[in-house]
Ligand binder design. Structure first.
Ligand code: ADP
Length: 242
């Protein structure tokens, strides 16, 4: 199913990118149209990926693939990928790596997904100032990853809800930004599955801090159906279940 959904999107995104490389052959209006196809295609692909993740979570089929790697390398690579987004908004992206021992046991691509979600939200909801990512040891066997921004902040009453599926804070400035409203629900589930937890503190109009605490080593295991309610609010119906 995921193949059928992703393949047409890859064609739409790939051919739009090819067309834009031949920009000189396109008129200004045509280039603008292709740009819109590309941006909307990317947005739709992100939505498809999030919905597929959520349906895997709810079916008990999302498995962490545990391996040993250097968290510092993952952080470096991920922040370099996102740096151009921060640059476009003239935001500083600062990394503080205080790990004495950078070796961890985790699922590198899922941990990367957690970092991308938090950092891209921080960039998206900040118009001026900086984004900082700090990684450090909390104890011998636990680490913290802290993403802090100087953005629009989140009202106290909204904080408990931002981890719910499809939940987006209803502020006009928030809605200027595209998003699926699924990133934090998936992020929280992944972090909990890693044996960790995520917390947020925020001051409206001043900024937000998301903190992820995880064990240095997570056990290699499969998600079981019994663990599903993690990311569902009480009374919520599971999505995408046929
Ligand atoms: P989205 O795709 O909308 O970013 P998320 O699940 O990642 O969905 O986030 C849910 C909502 O939480 C966002 O729409 C936004 O209203 C709020 N939010 C998340 N991160 C931040 C942040 N760093 N600053 C302000 N608001 C945030």
């Amino acid at each position: 199913m995921s193949h059928e959904l992703r393949t047409p999107m890859n064609a739409i995104i790939g051919f739009s990118q090819l067309l834009l490389r031949q920009k000189h052959q396109l008129g200004e209006t045509q280039a603008d149209m292709v740009n819109r196809i590309l941006n909307n295609g990317k947005h739709l692909l992100a939505l498809i990926n999030d919905i597929l993740d959520l349906s895997k979570i709810e079916a008990g089929r999302l498995e962490l693939k545990v391996e040993r790697f250097r968290l510092s390398d993952l952080v470096k690579a991920t922040t370099e990928e996102l740096r151009s987004l921060a640059d476009q908004k003239q935001l500083q992206l600062l990394i503080t790596d205080q790990l004495a021992n950078p070796q961890i046991l985790n699922d590198s691509s899922r941990l990367r997904q957690v970092l991308v979600n938090l950092l891209s939200n921080a960039i998206k909801f900040t118009d001026q100032g900086s984004i900082t990512l700090e990684i450090r040891e909390v104890s011998d066997d636990r680490l913290a990853m802290i993403v802090q921004d100087t953005g629009i902040g989140i009202a106290p009453g909204e904080i408990p809800h931002i981890f719910e599926e499809f939940r987006q804070v209803d502020q006009s400035s928030t809605r200027r930004h595209a998003g699926t409203g699924l990133g934090l629900a998936i992020t929280r589930w992944l972090v909990q599955e890693m044996g960790g937890h995520i917390t947020v503190t925020s001051v409206l109009h001043q900024g937000s801090t998301f903190r992820v605490d995880i064990p240095r080593e997570i056990p290699n295991g499969r998600t079981s159906e019994a663990e599903l309610p993690h990311c569902l609010a009480p009374g919520d119906q599971p999505l995408m279940r046929n």
